[in-house]
Design a protein. Structure first.
Length: 270
């Protein structure tokens, strides 16, 4: 049985449930009561915290959810000291997927969560205007040794180009890149920095392209990146004629047919 609980005042009828696998919690009311139910310890596998203020929330019961494998923080905030998150070091669960989405809290909170829950992570999704920073990538390199997929959704103009120097050391297999911007900005340096520092461990890459200008950057990427990509996904809103296919064909030839899968989506149809 699967439930999504989004109303903070909703009382879970524990006497009638044998399994609850998904739980969405918002506005922080009664969160401690919801996660302390004994039956949740062995059945709950996913929690999304939506618009939650963690200032008055304890993680004492949260760390006992031994079956939890997916966790999402969306639009959350916290104004209290960071040391309350240290208890995550004693979590009984092995998290496989972690997602941060537009949270307005101390930046060190996400660093701490990655530090203590990153060991077993396979998928990490970062969505924020400043989601990719050097400390974040350093923590990924240090604590997320089993990470397979890294998804980045961010505003490119807030990126410190030095962060890409650390990308060479990434052990991930799949990278999803979604740099949100408009034609008023030139992001050629961002693409070149990513291209020059892309780890050879990355075998699959996905790009979201919103403008014709970005499409040109995609061409630059293919002309300069390493030759070991096996899967390229291109989701674009300006797929015009052969302009998008020519650099791909050139890459296939240059990489000695290493590329196995090519997917080109027209974003206007999705």
């Amino acid at each position: 049985m699967r439930f999504i609980i989004s109303n903070p005042n909703f009382n879970i009828p524990t006497s009638n449930l044998t399994k609850l696998s998904l739980l969405a919690l918002n506005y922080s009311e009664n969160i401690n009561q919801k996660v302390e139910n004994e039956f949740l310890k062995h059945s709950l596998i996913f929690i999304e915290f939506l618009n939650v203020n963690f200032s008055n929330i304890s993680f004492k019961n949260f760390v006992n959810l031994c079956s939890l494998n997916s966790l999402k923080f969306s639009y959350c905030k916290d104004t209290n000291p960071l040391d309350r998150y240290e208890i995550l070091n004693f979590a009984s669960f092995k998290l496989k997927k972690l997602e941060f989405c537009s949270n307005t809290w101390n930046k060190n909170i996400e660093l701490t969560i990655i530090k203590y829950l990153g060991t077993s992570l396979q998928i990490l999704k970062l969505r924020n205007k400043e989601s990719i920073t050097i400390p974040i990538v350093e923590n990924i390199l240090t604590y997320c040794l089993n990470l397979i997929i890294l998804k980045i959704i961010t505003c490119f103009k807030n990126i410190d180009l030095l962060v890409f120097h650390h990308f060479k050391s990434l052990r991930i297999r799949k990278l999803v890149v979604n740099f949100i911007y408009n034609n008023a900005y030139d992001m050629s340096e961002v693409f070149m920095s990513l291209t020059d520092n892309l780890s050879i461990n990355v075998k699959e890459i996905t790009f979201y392209i919103y403008t014709q200008k970005q499409q040109l950057h995609f061409k630059t990427f293919l002309e300069n990146c390493h030759n070991y990509l096996e899967n390229i996904n291109f989701i674009g809103y300006f797929c015009t004629g052969t302009d998008i296919f020519k650099p791909i064909l050139n890459y296939i030839e240059r990489s000695n047919n290493c590329l196995k899968f090519l997917k080109v989506y027209d974003g206007n149809k999705y």
